[in-house]
Write a protein of this length. Structure first.
Lengths: 170, 512
């Protein structure tokens, strides 16, 4: 126990400040600014892997580490779509996952946001569109914000999430 | 003894050192499998390939790890309607590989289980993606899968997935339980089938490594290296020493990154959030150092045909060595904390146990195999350069439970940090890559690399200059997924996430 406490004290607080939103990642404005400002204070995210190579998941996991400390910003990952405001989707969307992805989206209460993650979520990436892949997330769901990268860094992911929940700045 | 005959009849295989390609007649197919099993060997992969307008119309290949080498048996299938002899009785892991081969190529085994495996509702049963690409579906569709039912008083089913509660890949688990106890688990996978093997055939031969790295993103270095090993063998390319050393460095860094992530997640699943916080911090620190020195946080584009696309200056090498030394000593401290924590110990010990005898029979391989007394690690058993110089130590446990899989990870983090530092200190100078000719000397090459999860295999075939005819990628998860069904029997449902995490198998690498 003493070792545990000593480690906690020794490491201290390592969290860094979050990045600013980036309007260039925004594909559409679905929500009123007013609602966005409310969601911005406490947001629940449901993450769905709809066909990813699992590379994007490694970086999404990093958002929960003490350095990015996403929970410290009032944002947390939830287990049920019924509790979620934002759907974070990695792609490409495989046809075998497309129905499950749609059902997850439909189970979320309105208003809801969708963030597409990674090169594959944005345009199908190296896998493209085929008998097995529907391609980008936007082929199945309305996407509000899309963040490219293979995989996108945690900073970029955080920026995309913050862009989705903060009103356009212009 | 019997095996010597097959080895001597085999031709040299391009790619993995100490590999042989053995053309067999239908009556010999089972004999090879039997002799390999008798010699304590394992089936690593099984796949089929169609050859339109050729004779034979198809080949089925089985790659065995035996005697520290790779023996690839090659069976001709003259008539695609003919059923070849399945290997599932000798190697239970073959069952799903045979079903997948049937879905993708239409070449069927004589095994009794005819249910589709990778095919859900996206294409029709009479269509075979590796024969001719099925049309793009118009809309998402779902199908019914014939799960095996367990009946009896008080038995009920719990269906989980494909969308899971955490940030993990999708798959379906069907539990049959009595109270809290699991009587049976049946997995259904294939949800992230992306048509990878079809996609390979549309890519130039010298470009396939990018897709290979994305078969399973957490094992990108292993897959890209296996692809390049096959390609370099086929084209007779000699990779410069500096590139080989850097590839091995990347492979060990990938191992450490994944193990750190898993050790944190396992602590968390046992209710010890401190573990997740500390390990995820260490992982981030290392990942940042990798990004700062090698230019990529995750090394998805480090290994390229002929060499590497990353380099290290002396100062960067020193920085990385310091971070690795610090990681190693921090992990040792955290190991002591995990070992001292009664709650963690209680959850880890005895959970999801796979006895060595069962592990051997089911063909459990890689990290999970080493936690169940299966002392196999290709870096140790059949070292390829530079592992013939930088000798890794085998990390093994015999208990086969979550605690053993955790312990192997702790040992391997330390060992990989040591190897990575040794590689850094002895990094040879010279070129980073050699040119790779587009023309191949051998039409088939097979690369096998011990990734963090276990051995990954890439079998590459080219019949026209610069083109890929077939590329089969095999993840050790094929062997280990069926073993989880055994590991959870008799455990309680709430321990499943912990047991599953302790294996941490790939869905993407399996579903292709």
């Amino acid at each position: 126990m003493l070792k545990t406490l000593r480690t906690i004290a020794g490491v201290g607080i390592v969290s860094e400040s979050p990045p600013e939103p980036d309007d260039e990642l925004r594909l559409r404005d679905a929500l009123q600014a007013q609602i966005q400002s409310v969601l911005g204070r406490a947001l629940a995210i449901r993450a769905v892997d709809s066909g990813s190579c699992n590379g994007c998941e490694l970086e999404i996991h990093a958002l929960n580490n003490p350095i990015y400390n996403i929970e410290g910003l009032g944002i947390r990952f939830v287990a049920s779509p019924r509790h979620a405001d934002l759907l974070l989707v990695t792609g490409p969307v495989s046809w075998n996952m497309a129905a499950a992805l749609k059902r997850t989206y439909e189970a979320m209460p309105d208003p809801k946001l969708v963030v597409a993650v990674g090169d594959c979520g944005c345009d199908g990436g190296v896998f493209g569109r085929s008998y097995a892949c529907a391609g980008p997330v936007s082929a199945i769901l309305p996407v509000d914000v899309a963040v490219p990268g293979c995989p996108p860094s945690p900073q970029r992911l955080l920026q995309a999430i913050l862009t989705a929940i903060r009103p356009r700045r212009a | 003894m019997a095996l010597t005959r097959w080895w001597s009849r085999g031709e040299r295989l391009a790619g993995k050192p100490s590999g042989a390609l053995l053309a067999v007649e239908p009556q010999e197919w089972l004999g090879v499998a039997t002799d390999v099993a008798a010699a304590g060997g394992q089936l690593l992969a099984l796949w089929a390939t169609r050859y339109p307008d050729c004779s034979p119309a198809a080949l089925v290949r089985a790659a065995y790890l035996v005697d520290g080498g790779l023996l690839v048996a090659q069976l001709p299938v003259a008539d695609p309607a003919h059923r070849y002899r399945g290997l599932q009785e000798l190697y239970p892991a073959a069952a799903r590989m045979q079903r997948a081969a049937a879905d993708l190529t239409g070449i069927l085994s004589d095994a009794a289980d005819r249910r589709p495996w990778l095919r859900h509702a996206a294409w029709a049963p009479d269509q075979h993606p590796l024969s001719a690409p099925p049309p793009i579906p118009a809309a998402p569709a779902v199908d019914d899968y014939a799960f095996v039912r367990v009946e009896g008083e008080g038995v009920h089913e719990i269906a989980v997935g494909p969308v899971h509660a955490g940030i993990i890949e999708p798959g379906h688990f069907r539990f049959s339980v009595v109270g809290e106890k699991v009587l049976k688990l049946e997995e259904r996978l294939g949800y992230v089938h992306k048509g990878i093997e079809r996609r390979f055939t549309e890519l130039p031969l010298l470009d396939g490594h990018r897709l290979a790295a994305r078969v399973s993103g957490d094992s990108a270095v292993a897959y890209a290296w296996a692809y390049c090993q096959a390609l370099e063998g086929m084209t007779g390319t000699a990779v410069p020493p500096r590139a080989l050393w850097l590839r091995a460095l990347c492979l060990e860094l990938e191992r450490v990154q994944n193990h750190l992530g898993d050790l944190g997640a396992l602590g968390n699943d046992a209710g010890f959030a401190f573990g997740l916080a500390q390990f995820s911090r260490l992982k981030e620190e290392l990942t940042r150092a990798i990004g700062a020195t090698l230019g990529q946080r995750y090394l998805l584009d480090a290994v390229v045909p002929g060499g590497v696309a990353v380099d290290l200056q002396d100062q960067a090498a020193r920085t990385l060595a310091v971070v690795l030394a610090r990681t190693s000593s921090r992990v040792r401290e955290l190991h002591a904390i995990y070992d001292d924590h009664a709650g963690v110990r209680d959850r880890f010990a005895g959970a999801g146990r796979v006895e060595p005898e069962l592990a051997q029979r089911l063909g459990l391989i890689g990290l999970a195999g080493r936690a169940s007394g299966q002392g196999s690690d290709l870096r140790v058993d059949s070292p390829w350069p530079p592992y013939h110089v930088i000798t890794p130590k085998l990390c093994m446990r015999r208990d086969g439970d979550v605690a053993a899989r955790v312990a192997v990870r702790f040992d391997e983090v330390e060992e990989s940090c040591r190897l990575a530092r040794a590689l850094l200190s002895e990094l040879p100078g010279g070129a980073l890559a050699a040119p790779v000719p587009a023309a191949v000397a051998a039409p088939l090459g097979v690369g096998v690399i011990e990734g963090w999860r276990g051995p990954v295999l890439v079998a590459l075939e080219s019949r026209e200059p610069g083109r890929i005819h077939r590329c089969h990628a095999h993840d050790p998860s094929w062997q280990n997924w069926p073993v989880i069904e055994h590991a959870v029997m008799g455990n309680i449902v709430p321990d499943f996430p912990l047991i599953n995490k302790s294996f941490n198998l790939s869905y993407s690498g399996h579903d292709l």
